[in-house]
Design a protein around this ligand. Structure first.
Ligand code: NAD
Ligand code: MG
Length: 394
């Protein structure tokens, strides 16, 4: 029986993963090692019981009594805190879902790779903050990283049986997010609720807002470069409002291979779960006649400065991704808290990159996790200062 662990089980990716595991037979089909979550311990306990997990871990110490109470007498062990989440990743499992949001997903992913199994990577921040380190760790332990981000799964699938040397370009599709049709001058006043109204995908709150600002696509451009090992100039972005084509690969003979499907994360998660097999999945089938037309437009970098910043980050590489992601997370925190305008998020990230690069060598390679963690901390401090200045300036 295959063993699995799910990090971020209570999130949007985690729920979809849980759904697929349960449909496959739950504890009759998989031996579940660890499930982790945050404050929603009731749901975490429910999932842990349904899958008969060995251990359930909450990220928060103060949630431990509730988690313990919910699982008393069930045989599921409990633990709390970030160290406990990392320790849960030390328990060997054949397939591990990296579904925590943000830079916090990096450590469990790196630790899980040491068992040489399969890491299904939804946590794109791992590749943005420490792409070279993550891929080198996978190679060292002969582990396999499988992309779960819908675009990267699409590209991965379009590349089956192909030679990377024949790839000319990768075209990432972007829905454009909730505010894609807003006039430019209104964007500065967009509220959290407005940015959360994603037209096509149901996702966690943070990635949904990142979709509206295109910071999500900016992270994905970097993710593409790091995962597929191609040059930044080979990565293109196109707005495709219907979210039916999940991404495309252009080859040197002029052919473009596109991956189409309903916007349902259970497809890329299921593909990674069953890889290298392709098994039946409970996703809606496309009715192309009903869709009628698929449309495309070029992204406007004035609306979406995040894309320009991603290009700058890729040019520097090294620790620039760690600084970029950390600054973005802080800017997003401030936007969610109502302390920063929608368009000011990119300003805070840019200010942070300028300040960090004046103090350290951003281009230095991330040799160790400690290098990444230090850069992450530094950028968070500077981003918080930059955010405060912007608020005063308003
Ligand atoms: P979410 O907010 O719905 O869930 C996040 C999960 O991580 C929860 O279980 C939460 O408890 C846990 N978590 C949050 N902060 C944590 C911390 N500091 N330490 C430990 N655990 C923590 O997020 P999501 O939308 O499921 O996204 C998860 C990851 O997948 C992100 O990296 C996101 O970019 C990526 N992703 C998501 C989707 C999607 O459809 N939701 C699509 C593509 C990629
Ligand atoms: Mg995506």
């Amino acid at each position: 029986m295959r063993s699995v662990s799910v990090f971020g089980a209570t999130g949007s990716i985690g729920e979809s993963t849980f759904d697929l595991l349960m449909r496959a037979g739950g504890p009759a089909a998989y031996r579940t090692v660890a499930l982790t979550g945050g404050r929603n311990v009731a749901r975490l306990a429910e999932m842990a019981q349904a899958l008969r997990a060995e251990i359930a871990v909450t990220a928060y110490d103060d949630c431990l009594p509730d988690l313990r109470a919910a699982l008393v007498g069930t045989g599921v062990a409990v633990a709390a805190g970030f160290a406990a989440i990392a320790e849960a990743a030390d328990r060997p499992a054949d397939w591990v879902m990296s579904g925590i949001v943000g830079a916090a997903g990096l450590v469990p992913g790196l630790r899980a790779l040491r068992h040489g199994g399969k890491l299904a990577l939804a946590n794109k921040e791992s590749l943005v903050t420490a792409g070279q380190l993550l891929m080198a760790t996978a190679a060292r332990y002969e582990a396999t990283v499988l992309p779960v981000d819908s675009e990267h799964s699409a590209i991965f699938q379009a590349l089956v049986g192909e030679d990377m040397g024949a790839v000319e370009r990768i075209i990432l599709t972007a829905s454009g997010g909730a505010l894609r049709d807003w006039p430019m001058e209104r964007l500065a006043d967009a509220t959290v609720a407005e940015a959360l109204a994603h037209p096509n995908w149901a996702m966690g709150a943070r990635i949904t807002i990142d979709s509206a600002s295109m910071f999500n696509k900016a992270l994905e451009v970097i993710e593409t470069r790091e995962f597929f090992g191609i040059e930044p100039a080979q990565v293109e972005v196109i707005i495709h409002p219907e979210s039916i084509i999940h991404s495309m690969v252009g080859f040197r003979d002029g052919a473009v291979m596109a991956h189409l499907g309903a916007p349902d994360m259970r497809h890329p998660i299921g593909y990674a779960l069953n890889w290298p097999e392709r098994l039946a999945l409970p996703v809606a089938r496309l009715d192309l006649a009903a869709l009628g037309a698929l449309t495309f437009r070029a992204p406007d970098e004035a609306r979406f400065p995040a894309l320009r910043l991603a290009r700058e980050v890729m040019a520097v590489r090294g620790l620039a991704g760690a600084a970029f992601n950390a600054a973005k997370e802080i800017a997003l925190d401030h936007f969610i808290a109502g302390q920063l305008g929608f368009m000011d998020m990119a300003g805070v990230v840019e200010d942070t990159l300028v300040r960090v690069s004046s103090q350290t060598r951003l281009g230095n390679a991330a040799e160790t996790l400690e290098d990444v963690v230090q850069m992450d901390h530094l950028a968070r401090i500077m981003a918080a200062e930059a955010a405060k200045k912007r608020v005063k300036g308003r």
